[in-house]
Design a binder for this molecule. Structure first.
Ligand code: ZN
Length: 138
């Protein structure tokens, strides 16, 4: 039986399971009455879907590799700004910047993939204690 190394509680669950259970999707329907300018009373209804995530589920969310996206965006903006300032033209700089940004993002993704895969593997082994909130690897 697995128990928490911090408080000894047996109320532990895998982070993955806590995360999946903490996300709730549901549909809602609401209605309201209104009065039109001509004095008629009507009924208006609306419906949709909502996605909610609990604070605990957020703490147990899987790791995301958002570095390539950030690097790509930064490169794209830099080249566009520099190109526009140096009279290369805004649209041309935007296009060239986009291509270079894609390459920069791909290189970053390649360089960070090993570390990210290690994080993902750790996540698979991460457990969460519902008693004290501790997270630990097994
Ligand atoms: Zn605990």
């Amino acid at each position: 039986m697995i128990h928490c190394p911090n408080c000894g509680s047996r109320g532990v669950r895998k982070s993955k399971a806590v995360y999946e259970q903490g996300i709730s999707t549901g549909s809602y329907r609401s209605g309201s009455t209104y009065t039109s300018s001509r004095g008629r009373v009507g009924f208006r209804s609306s419906s949709g879907t909502s996605r909610r995530i609990s604070a605990v589920a957020e703490r147990n969310a899987p790791p995301q590799n958002d570095l390539p996206g950030k690097v790509g965006t930064a490169v794209w903006i830099s080249i566009t700004v520099l190109g526009t300032i140096s009279n290369a033209g805004f649209l041309g700089s935007l296009g060239v910047g986009f291509v270079v940004a894609l390459i920069a993002a791909a290189i970053t993704a390649g360089k960070t993939s090993a570390a990210f895969n290690a994080k993902l593997a750790d996540y698979d082994r991460t457990w969460y204690c519902r008693q004290c909130g501790d997270q630990f690897l097994i």
